[in-house]
Design a protein around this ligand. Structure first.
Ligand code: RTP
Ligand code: MG
Length: 149
């Protein structure tokens, strides 16, 4: 079953949106298989955002993501990678559709509340970066027959 890596960034934690964000993924029908709150090391932040290392916003992004606790999660479900990106909305919250997390709660690209893996391969890399195998639960929600035929 497909998995994706989701992180509530320091702004989302500070603004007390963790519960609301988890609620949206749960209510959609995805399964939570990993969850922790952590202060992110510089090394982890730089590895996580490695693809952006030559961009002008890279150092600001790393400073921000290491500035306070982050809620790291792994969610599972059919098509969860692309669907999570839809739930999250466009990178710039001012362009994100209402009904998405960024569209409903954000106003600034540098404070866009949440991260979601952008492809299945990226998700596998990010899950390996943020979680050990032992931190992930394998389980079948009892509602599965009501989610999938
Ligand atoms: P994320 O990786 O955090 O889920 O966001 P994303 O895929 O929607 O956007 P991405 O292009 O991967 O950019 C990563 C994060 O960098 C910040 N950013 N700032 N100032 C800027 O022009 C700029 N562009 C990107 C955003 O916080 C974005 O989420
Ligand atoms: Mg990205």
């Amino acid at each position: 079953m497909e998995r994706t890596f989701i992180a509530v960034k320091p702004d989302g934690v500070q603004r007390a949106l963790v519960g609301e964000i988890i609620q949206r993924f749960e209510a959609k029908g995805f399964t939570l298989v990993g969850l922790k709150l952590l202060n992110v090391s510089r090394e982890l932040a730089e590895q996580h955002y490695d693809v952006h290392k030559d961009k002008p916003f890279f150092s600001g992004l790393v400073n921000f993501i290491t500035s306070g606790p982050v809620v790291a999660m792994v969610w599972e479900g059919e098509g969860v990678v692309a669907s999570a990106r839809k739930l999250i909305g466009a990178t710039n919250p001012l362009s994100a559709e209402p009904g998405t997390i960024r569209g409903d709660y954000g106003v600034s690209i540098g404070r866009n509340l949440i991260h979601g893996s952008d492809a299945v391969e990226t998700a596998q890399r990010e899950i390996g970066l943020w979680f050990t195998d032992g931190e992930l639960a394998t389980w079948q929600p009892t509602i599965a027959p009501w989610l999938y035929e």
